[in-house]
Design a protein around this ligand. Structure first.
Ligand SMILES: Cc1ncc(COP(=O)(O)O)c(C=O)c1O
Length: 392
């Protein structure tokens, strides 16, 4: 028996939800079924709401400092969930993972330095690097039968010839939900250590592992990984609270950590709001059961999607994610140009999905679908898509 109602349809219009209220700006139409940006349409776990309501009812909203309970909740979560042992001094708050990537790029590299990313990948990896006048080096992933793997030959070639200073890792990988194996992460760490490349490991999707798979925090896979890594994580994707802007860094190596954390403090980049730390503490302390049920619901939605595609639109091949609620749809068999593919989804089917090329040119022929929604919404969207394809 489920304790939470993930089938409930919640009207998000007018709630300042980017997913809904920015449809017209993003897609040119307000009337689409919204299945793009990575938040879920599920109510958050009640203990988060209760904790926030209790604090909101206090009439003074002054400056805030994180409590002992907040730090301990992050430490306990990482140890109990991921066997990631961290101390409070290795941990700091940051207001958002993308901002955290940007701080690390600004602090650890200079203008003109080269930073490796592995497309198709979450698009701010590129825009943060380029927006700060650094240079992106692409090490495109290699597609396999089931998902993607890293191209280690090309990666080493880049390291030998281009003198990169940093690599931004997506672990697990958005958009395809790939869980990198320990062996892959160890090999990556050894290479980065050998060539003096720092690794910013974005692990925001790491709590949302599916099918009982564990998450492997990069910093835990070897001494090399601990020495070169700057890890970022957050309760935001996990518990559907990204609007509260709560994230953290873990840096094991004191030579990286101490001067960097001093710089963050000097600039107050690590200051938190009470909404962020209160929601985080409640989520990490009380949200385990909600998360377990959310993951099962997402797995069921993925199964619904896979069956529907097989039976009704076999030219769309969903890549099964091992983590998170985002599904990478291989639409290449439709034989459409990317512009036509986007037109099919948006204008013909009335669906707002992320265009695959947003994640790099390697995403041509793909669209990214968010299945973090009630099953009835997903099924209705798939029916609209199947109709649109039949009418091509
Ligand atoms: C890999 C990855 N990193 C970071 C973010 C965004 O994190 P934040 O909102 O904390 O900046 C997302 C959101 O989709 C993501 O998929």
């Amino acid at each position: 028996m489920s304790n939470y109602n993930f089938d409930q349809i919640i009207d998000r219009r007018g709630s300042r939800a980017m997913k809904i209220d920015c449809l017209e700006t993003m897609f040119g139409r307000p009337d689409l079924t919204s299945m793009w940006i990575a938040d879920m349409d599920f109510a958050v776990c009640p203990q988060i709401i209760e904790a926030l309501q209790e604090r909101i009812s206090h009439p003074i909203y002054g400056y805030s400092c994180p409590s002992y309970g907040y730090w301990q909740s992050v430490i306990d979560w990482l140890r109990n969930r991921h066997k990631f042992n961290v101390t409070q001094e290795e941990l700091t708050f940051i207001p958002g993972v993308v901002r955290g990537i940007a701080y690390a790029v600004n602090y650890f590299t200079q203008k003109g330095d080269k930073v490796i990313i592995q497309p198709p990948v979450y698009h701010p990896f590129k825009s943060v690097v380029e927006g700060n006048e650094r240079v992106v080096l692409n090490n495109p992933l290699i597609m396999t039968e089931v998902d993607y793997e890293m191209d280690f030959d090309h990666l080493e070639h880049l390291m030998k010839t281009e003198n990169p200073r940093m690599l931004i890792l997506c672990n697990p990988h958005n958009p395809a939900g790939v869980q990198w194996s320990v062996a892959t992460l160890q090999r990556l760490a050894a290479l980065c250590h050998k060539y003096g490349v720092k690794v910013v490991s974005d692990e925001i999707h790491g709590d949302l592992m599916l099918y009982g798979k564990p998450h492997y925090p990069f910093a835990t896979v070897s001494d090399d990984a601990a020495a070169v890594s700057i890890t970022l994580g957050a309760p935001s994707k996990t518990f559907n609270i990204p609007g509260l802007v709560s994230s953290w860094y873990v840096i094991k190596n004191p030579e990286l950590r101490e001067p960097f954390y001093k710089w963050l403090s000097a600039n107050e980049f690590n200051s938190s709001t009470f909404m962020a730390t209160i929601a985080t503490e409640a989520a990490y302390t009380h949200g385990g059961e909600w998360l377990k049920e959310a993951a099962v619901y997402i797995e069921q939605n993925i199964a619904t999607l896979e069956d529907f595609c097989k039976n009704n639109m076999p030219a769309i091949k969903p890549m099964r994610p091992q983590a998170s609620f985002l599904v990478w749809l291989d639409c290449r068999e439709l034989g459409l140009e990317q512009k036509e593919l986007v037109d099919l989804f948006v204008n013909k089917a009335g669906l707002a999905l992320n265009d695959g090329t947003m994640f790099g040119k390697e995403g041509a022929g793909f669209m990214r679908l968010n299945v973090g929604c009630p099953k009835s919404i997903l099924v209705a969207a798939l029916e609209k898509l199947a109709n649109a394809i039949n009418n091509l």
